[in-house]
Design a binder for this molecule. Structure first.
Ligand code: AMP
Length: 189
């Protein structure tokens, strides 16, 4: 199996690049942000539990997020591999993912981290806000999300670096160029 983590701060281009990667590598895309938004839209119990946290730009607790993620993996028993987008966002999530994948006889193949500076992220999300209709794309909530990234999520990078699984790719520039650079890294995993 080819199991990839696409890593990066909000606005780094994870969603855009995931769409292209699933096509090229025939993978199942799991975006925890998309899953949460679907739960909120469908007004499920889980959706009700997490909606205010998400609207406020805070991370959802690990226990809830990990359980949802594992269920989603189990829904795809014939997958050739997965691309995890927006997960893991904490070291506890990364550890849980490793454990779970091991229990089903597989592992993370590699992690691609998209590198984009804060000024560019703010600019991109202001653009996305015009069409996304996401409350958490508002400027003040975005600042919280970026803070969550630099306080909690960034620590996931050394976790994978220690395992020799981390590749960094410049996330600024032409979408196809970035895609080619990501593909090169994936082909070397
Ligand atoms: P995203 O679409 O990946 O930017 O996620 C939107 C929001 O969903 C985040 O700001 C968090 O509130 C929540 N979320 C998504 N993935 C996770 C995760 N792995 N851990 C905790 N919260 C998450």
């Amino acid at each position: 199996m080819l199991n990839l983590v696409l890593f990066g701060p909000p606005g780094a281009g994870k969603g855009t690049q995931s769409e292209k990667l699933i096509e090229k590598y025939n993978l199942v895309h799991i975006s925890t942000g998309d899953l949460f938004r679907a739960h909120i839209k469908n007004q499920t119990e889980l959706g009700k539990q997490v909606s205010s946290l998400i609207a406020d730009g805070q991370l959802v607790p690990d226990s809830i997020t990990i359980a949802m993620l594992e269920k989603e993996i189990e829904k795809n028993p014939t997958a050739k591999g997965f691309i995890f987008d927006g997960f893991p966002r904490t070291v506890a999530q990364a550890e849980a993912l490793d454990k779970f994948l091991e229990s089903i006889g597989t592992s993370i193949s590699g992690v691609v981290a998209l590198d984009v500076d804060e000024a560019e992220l703010t600019k991109r999300i202001a653009e996305r806000k015009k069409i996304s209709n996401r409350a958490d794309d508002d400027a003040d909530k975005l600042q919280k999300r970026i803070a969550e990234y630099f306080n909690k999520t960034i620590h996931v990078l050394p976790y994978y670096e220690q395992q020799g699984k981390l590749a960094k790719v410049n996330g600024i520039g032409d979408i196809d160029t970035i895609f080619n650079n990501i593909s090169k890294e994936i082909d070397s995993f």
